[in-house]
Ligand binder design. Structure first.
Ligand SMILES: [Zn+2]
Ligand SMILES: [Zn+2]
Length: 200
């Protein structure tokens, strides 16, 4: 009798342990499943916001490489700003593509280019004159001939000389004045004198 009672108790114990285990497993599974669903939801939401147009109430997908959809992105290629109302451009490109401003900008650009060209020419003239200067000095030494040939090669830009006057020849009323002023830049005083005569 007593042994049977003990068996019953053991069976009851095993049943309780089994039930607890089942409950634990079920809760564990539920936990894992809800975690998975939450994660998936979060990923979906992140994906949605990652690929959605930046405009708050726009559900369109953004264009590849941009933050806005084709309806809201500035029409200027490469520009990643949203359009301003009334144009297909962002505020900056609407202003930049405005015909009046455009014409003015092109004019300004042209002027700048001309200025750059003039400056480049000026630099050429300057470096040419400094070359003349150094060759003139070195000709004071023994290597008069070699400096002569080097100045000859550098005066390959002498065709530019006729266009550009680095010495402001027209500011001098006489060859003497000019030669007095620029003698050091030429081989000698006569050379400067001749330069003035040729340039007039
Ligand atoms: Zn949009
Ligand atoms: Zn733009």
């Amino acid at each position: 009798m007593a042994g049977r009672n003990k068996d019953d108790i053991n069976i009851a114990k095993a049943a309780i342990i089994g039930a607890v285990l089942v409950v634990l497993i079920v809760f564990g599974l539920i936990g894992i499943i809800t975690q998975y669903i939450d994660k998936k939801k979060k990923e979906d939401r992140e994906e949605y916001y990652r690929t959605k147009c930046y405009i708050y109430d726009c559900e369109n997908k953004k264009l590849e490489g941009y933050n806005y959809c084709s309806e809201h992105k500035c029409a200027e290629p490469g520009c990643d700003f949203s359009r301003t109302s009334g144009t297909v451009y962002c505020a900056f490109h609407a202003w930049e593509n405005d015909p009046v401003y455009r014409a003015e900008r092109e004019k300004a650009m042209k002027m700048e280019q001309e200025l750059e060209a003039a400056k480049a020419k000026n630099d050429d003239g300057k470096s040419g004159s400094s070359k003349n200067n150094s060759s003139g000095k070195s000709s004071g030494n023994s290597s008069g001939k070699s400096s002569g040939s080097s100045s000859g090669s550098s005066s390959g830009s002498s065709s530019g000389k006729s266009n550009y006057d680095p010495y402001d020849v027209y500011d001098y009323h006489s060859a003497e004045d000019f030669a007095d002023e620029w003698e050091d830049d030429f081989d000698d005083w006569e050379d400067a004198y001749e330069y003035w005569e040729e340039s007039r």
